[in-house]
Every structure is written in structure tokens, then in C-alpha cells.
Design a protein around this ligand. Sequence first.
Ligand code: ADP
Length: 579
Amino acid sequence: MSRIFCLILTMALLLFSVGAYAEVLFVPGTYEAEAKGFGGTVKVTVTVSESEITGVTIEGASETPALGGVAVETMGPAIQKAQTPNVDALSGATVTSKAIIAAATEALEKAGADIAYLDAHRQDAVEDVAKEEKVLETEIVIVGAGGAGMTAAIMAKQAGKDFVILEKMPYVGGNTTKATGGMNAAGTHYQKEQGIEDSVELFAKDTMEGGHNLNNPELVQTLAAQSAGAIDWLDTIGANLPKISFSGGASVNRIHAPADGSAVGNYLVDKFSEKLKEMGVEVMLNTAATELIMEDGRIAGVKAESKDANYTIKAKAVILATGGFGANLEMIAGFRPDLQGTVTTNAPGATGDGILMAQAVGADLVDIEQIQLHPTVEQTTSMLITESVRGDGAILVNQSGHRFTNELLTRDAVSAAELAQEGQYAYIIFDQHLRDNLGAIEKYVKNGLTVQGDTIEELARKLDIYPNFLTMTLKQWNEAVTSQNDEAFGRTTGMDNTLTTPPYYAIKIAPGIHHTMGGVKINTSAEVIDTNGSAIPGLFAAGEVTGGVHGGNRLGGNAVADIVIFGRIAAESAIEYCK
Ligand code: ADP
């Protein structure tokens, strides 16, 4: 009997182990693969047992910290949880995400994996569980953790207020991370120390003229008058902007940047995040405000939701800092049918939520159809080719190889000139000397955006341009630089170097949606104004969600000024209101 029992047991064990062996998915070991990310190479290392992905590490030091860096941090655990490389891409960091998925796929294939099988047996499917209903109570809710929201949060914390800050994306920063130039400010201590004469009046005048005088003059006056103080405040939180240079539309050197000349957006977002962390403020990530709550004609809080909870957040005041709607292509087409199908340079969170929520409680909108195009956007990646490329001497040519505009006119004028060309695109042309002197170019080269030729003729042939035309255009341009006289288009800036050092480069570009100048109507205290002209009690707004500061065209350096200055004002007003 017992012998028979043993036999049965042995057979059962054998069957069980055969069953287990049927699940052999990998050759155990550690495997690596690489793929091209946003700023360079992304390397993925996977460790597998026979039946399981037991570890995933991702290295991608060159990815932008605010976006690609988040993908590098979060996608390893996601792949391990799902047990397949095909996890969701992080929105806003698609290039990095795709590189991670590609490298993880290759590494797992080296381990003998059948990726289709892994996909079919994906293990991170979430069950449809009912969301938890949560009620919170606080004094102020700040909606959006971009530049304006984080500025307001630092101010609120410094004033000892009880508040929460919501951010719908898995990372902070919004469109602010995209700001490259700097912050305009007049009469700052940095300007004085560097012998630059400027005034509030001149800053206001330049901003009004740049905005085609559509701007609200009172908001512009406030922006200019509070700009130097905002620079001082940034100093106090360790976000110094001492490097001053010239930016289009300014009468004097007024744009303030980090000391090392690095992009202002990422710099400020990092400094603001560090400060918030140091002060113990936690941003509620992945939590989107969906509705403003009104009681007796006053703001009484917001409704919000995350993946697993619905929130009712009761509060006395709400600050909308949700940014613009440049990533909401339906909304863009609604206000500007002519822009249907235009690519956008915007962060994915810029979907106009704050504008819609404010409108639902009676807010008025201003200049909503004023949308700024950026003239040099690579269309397949939506990557913005910084103005510095033209500022340092590049030219624009059309498909026939001819220049067609002064390349350094305002963004709207250059964009319009491009749209008037055959095919509605152009090529930005530069040489090796320019590449050597502008770090930003390396990113474009690494991402395969550039076409390169050892001679102008070779470059022309690669672009399908008649070589003699491009050669002639370059010859005339170089003569214009040498004589400092651009007879053809009257360009006077970005003419310090000829384009004569091979190899030569081109990037195909066209306009892309860049900034939505219009938005919620506010007064100089950042109170939101309703369609009857009265302030909505308890509702404040700052940054790209608002309209009126920039009018019909935003000058470079004024978006950052707007978020810091009006972010501070909104916080001060909300704090005062709560008293
Ligand atoms: P600004 O420059 O005006 O501060 P940004 O675009 O930098 O604008 O920041 C706006 C932030 O608001 C972004 O991070 C965006 O993801 C976030 N946001 C947009 N809509 C919502 C919403 N409904 N709830 C929470 N956060 C939001």
C-alpha cells in the first residue's frame, strides 16, 4: 500500500514539476541592451530567473531630469510588475519611454523571451475597484505644480498657511520646464551691478509694444513694477538669475538667466522643488482637479481625482495655476480653426483644465484666440530648436534654397513667413563653428534631427535643393555678415560669424504651438473676474492659465516673469482673503 502511495506521490510531484517547467520563459541570467533616448543613450539591464523578471535597472543620465528622468526612475519597477517590457509610456517623455521599452525588449529577447507571450500574460492589470471617497479640509488649494503653482506654494508655506497643492501629472514643472531663455525684470540689483540702465516704464512699454498693445496695461504695469522684487525673492530661496543678456523685443539687456547660462525652466523647477521639499511640502501628484466648488457665491473648494480616490477638498480659497491649453489640440482648433493639425511644443498637462473649470463658475476669458507659434519646431518630434541657433548666426531657407525673411523678427512674424512658403516649412542652416559654440545643438544631432554635408552642395543634394541656389544663398549671406549689411531682409542681429566652416547642417522645421496668451481674466491682485466684471470671491489665478499680461504676442522672458510675479501675488491675495 505504502509503496503504491509513494509511487502516486512521486508521479504527482513529477507532474507538478513538469507543470512548473512549462512556465520556463527565460534563460536565467543578466542581460543588457541600449537604445537612443532624448538626450543620449538609455541602458537597460534585466535580471531573469527561469520564470520571472526579477530586476530591471535603467541608466539614462542624459535624459531631462524633470521628464525623462522620471521615466528612468519609474519604468523599471513598472516592467517588473507587468512582467513584460511593453508598459505604458510616461506621457511627456515618450522618446525616453520608447527607448526604455526598446532596450528592455532587446535585453529580454537576449534572455530568450517570447515578448508576445509576456504581453499576453501581462501581470499588472488593475482590477476595477471602486474608488475611495476622501474629504479633506484646508485653507487654500493650489491647482497645478508648474512655475506659478510652486511659487504660490512656497509663499503660502512661508506665511504658515495650511494648504494643499495638486498636480495631475506624475511629475511637477509643466510647461515651465520648457522655458529656455530667462526672466525679464527691470531695475534689478544685477542690472545695476552690471551697469545696465533700465526702468519699470521701459519694461512696460516694451511689453505693450511686443503684445501689439492688446495687453491689459494695468497687469503689464504690475508685472514690470514687481519684477525687481521678484528677482530679490528668488535670491532668497537660492534661485539666483544673475546672467543678463538681450532678448527680442527688449530695449535693453533685461533677460535674467542662471549663472552658467543653463535653461531657466529646469533650473527654477529644480530650485522650487528643492525648496518645497526642504519646507516639508508634499505635492499631491497624479491628482487632477476636476471642478470648483461654489457655496453662496463664494469658492468653497475643489473636486479632484486620482487613480484610486475621489477627493472633495474643502477650502476658503483656490489658486488656479494649471497653465495654458497648448496641448489640447481640440481646444486650440475650437478657438483657432486655422491652427488645426499644428504640432505643439507643450507639456502634456497643458490642456486648459483651469480655464474650463473657471468658466464653469462664471469667469470671463480674455484674448483666448491669441496663440503664439514658435517658428522653429522639428515636426516629427515636436522638439523646439532654440532661438539661440538663429541668434548665433543660422539662417532659414525654403525648399528652393532661398532666404525669405529676417530670421530674428518676432516669433509670430517668422512663423507667418514660413507658412507662406511652399509646403509651409523651412530649413534652418548652420555650420560646424556654430555647432561647436552652442551646446544645445548636440541634442539635435544625437536625436538624428540634423542633415549633414561636407560641402554646401552635398547638403543641398541631401535636402533635394538645387545646389547652385543654396550655394548662392550662403555666399550672399556671408557677404552680408562681412559687410554687416543684410540688404535682402534687413537683419541686424545674430551676424557675428559667417557660415563658412564645414561640415554644414540643416534641420527641417515649421511652426509649432508654443504659448497660449489668452485665458482667465484677472485683476492686478490675481483675483479671477467674472463676466459681470466682479471678482469671484476666493478664486485666484496666475501664470499661463490667465490672459491679459502678454496681449497678442509674448516676449521671450515674460512667461517666467509672469509665473513668478503673479504666482506671488496670487498667494498674497489668497492669504489676505483667508484672514
Ligand atoms: P505655469 O507656467 O502657468 O505655472 P505650467 O504649465 O508650468 O504653467 O504648470 C501648470 C501645471 O498644472 C502643469 O504641471 C500641469 O500638469 C498642471 N495641471 C493642469 N491641469 C491640472 C489639473 N486639472 N489638476 C492638477 N494639475 C493640473
